[in-house]
Every structure is written in structure tokens, then in C-alpha cells.
Design a protein around this ligand. Structure first.
Ligand code: NAI
Length: 245
């Protein structure tokens, strides 16, 4: 039986690379996103094992209905990748309450709502894998990303909290902390700030930015049966950035 995966924000960047890896490995892959045109284009490129469903994850009350539609279509969800995220780079003293809450809503609260909903079905089917995506911002202090840092630190704590509750039910929960990976999000954050980019590269022992495909390889491993005794971990995929001096 084919496994069924759900990837949020799967039409671009890291999410798209994970979708590509899953499809290549015969996993039925459902992209969840908010931009119809981008979702259509991505599924066209990915081929017949990919499908898409529209859902703005900030609309929390639409999440259970979206999950139900996926279950109605495929009968099960074996893998959930909580990849969608937004970034906000601004001095902490300038960030408004609304801007702060908006980042938390997308990057943290929607992850809880979606995982709660999917985990209910995984519990009924007696197994599944959840993969969260955090960031270097949760490992060390990065200036000008206060809300992003709060949300990604929460993701790592939630990974451990989810793992202890869900693993006894056969649901493994893990997290990848990507380093600086070449995508639209990182281009916005780094290309306009050469000093920051220089600093990133100087403390990355492998001396370069990562590619989305390098995160996808690790994601595929963590949700595969090869990782059957791994739960509750945060795996940096960062070229050594988190241990660089
Ligand atoms: P990206 O901007 O290409 O992908 C983010 C995706 O999330 C987009 O497809 C976007 O449409 C979707 N999304 C955002 N808000 C949404 C909403 N309300 N509802 C539905 N979909 C929504 O960026 P990238 O780089 O691929 O990021 C993917 C994940 O990896 C994010 O969680 C990001 O924080 C994380 N990450 C990225 C790093 C990098 O260097 N690129 C480093 C560390 C973490």
C-alpha cells in the first residue's frame, strides 16, 4: 500500500524539495498551501503522485475540514510535514503586536492545530510520522527575528512534547533544524544583508549555503521505516553552522 504524505507549504523551497523526494519514492503526496497557481504548477511538475489542497493555515477553523477532505480522498495520512512558515526581519523594538502574533499564528499555532487533527486519524490507523521544521534561530541568538525565533523555539519544545504523548501510540515525531538553505525565504533574509551572509558563511564549516534537496534527504530518512527507533529528536541539517565558531 502506498504511503500518504501531507506537506504544508509544499509548493516552494524546502517543502517542494521534500515533495519531490517523496514522489520519487512512490509516496502519494498532498501539498497544502494558500496559492492556487503555485500549487497547480508544483503538482504538474511533480507528476501524478502529487495532489494539492488549498488552505490558508492562519484560518485555524478550516484546518479540521481540510484534513477530513484528505482522509476522504486517500483514506489515511501516514506522514505529516509541518513545513509552512513565514519570516519577519525587523528590529525587536519596531515589531508590532499584530506582526508578532501573525508569525506565531502561522509558524506555531497552526502546527499545533494541524498536528492535533492529523494525529487523531494516525491514532485510529495505529501509526504515522510527524516531521516539524525549526531553524537555527531556535539554537542560538539571531538578531532582528524575535517572533520567528519564538515560534521556532516552540516548535522544538512541541516536538519533544508531542513525541512523548504520541510515540506510545505508534506515532513518531521528529524535527529538522535547517541551517541556511538557498530558497526564496533565505534570499530575502540574506541577499539584502551581505554582512549577515558573510557571518553565516564564516561560521559554517562546510562553507556554503545548503540546498533544499539536502534537507529533503534527511526528511525522507526521518519519516521512513529506516528511522523506526528515532523519535523526539531535532536534527540540524546545516553544514555544521550550529557548532561553528
Ligand atoms: P518558502 O517561503 O519557499 O516556503 C514557505 C511556504 O510556506 C510557502 O510555500 C508559503 O506559501 C507557505 N505558507 C506560508 N504561510 C502559509 C499559510 N498561512 N498557509 C499555507 N501555506 C503557507 O521558504 P522555505 O525556505 O522553503 O521555508 C520552509 C520552512 O523551512 C519554513 O518553516 C522555514 O521557516 C524553514 N527554514 C528555512 C530556512 C532557509 O534557510 N530557507 C532555514 C531554517 C528554516
Amino acid at each position: 500500500m502506498k504511503k500518504v504524505a501531507v506537506i504544508t507549504g509544499g509548493a516552494s523551497g524546502i517543502g517542494y524539495a521534500i515533495a519531490e523526494k517523496f514522489v520519487k519514492n512512490n509516496i502519494q503526496t498532498m501539498l497544502v498551501g494558500r496559492n492556487k497557481a503555485k500549487l497547480r504548477e508544483a503538482t504538474c511538475e511533480l507528476g501524478k503522485l502529487a495532489d494539492w489542497i488549498l488552505c490558508d493555515l492562519t484560518q485555524l477553523d478550516e484546518i479540521p475540514g481540510t484534513v477530513q477532505k484528505i482522509i476522504d480522498k486517500f483514506g489515511r495520512i501516514d506522514i505529516l510535514v509541518n513545513n509552512a512558515g513565514v519570516h519577519l526581519k525587523k528590529a525587536m523594538t519596531e515589531v508590532t503586536d499584530k506582526e508578532y502574533q501573525d508569525v506565531i499564528l502561522t509558524n506555531q499555532t497552526s502546527v499545533f492545530c494541524l498536528t492535533r487533527s492529523v494525529a487523531g486519524f494516525m491514532q485510529e490507523q495505529e501509526g504515522g510520522c510527524i516531521l516539524n521544521i525549526s531553524s537555527m534561530a531556535s539554537i542560538y541568538g539571531l538578531p532582528y527575528v524575535i517572533a520567528y525565533t519564538a515560534s521556532k523555539s516552540a516548535i522544538e519544545g512541541m516536538t519533544r512534547a508531542m513525541a512523548v504523548e504520541l510515540s506510545p501510540l505508534g506515532i513518531r515525531v521528529n524535527c529538522i533544524a535547517p541551517g541556511f538553505i538557498r530558497t526564496n525565504m533565505s534570499s530575502v533574509a540574506l541577499d539584502k544583508d551581505p554582512e549577515r551572509k558573510k557571518k553565516v558563511l564564516s561560521r559554517t564549516p562546510l562553507g556554503r549555503l545548503g540546498n533544499p534537496e539536502e534537507v529533503a534527504h534527511a526528511a525522507y530518512f526521518l519519516v521512513s521505516d529506516e528511522a523506526s527507533f528515532i523519535t523526539g529528536v531535532v536534527l540540524p541539517v546545516d553544514g555544521g553552522n550550529s557548532i561553528g565558531f
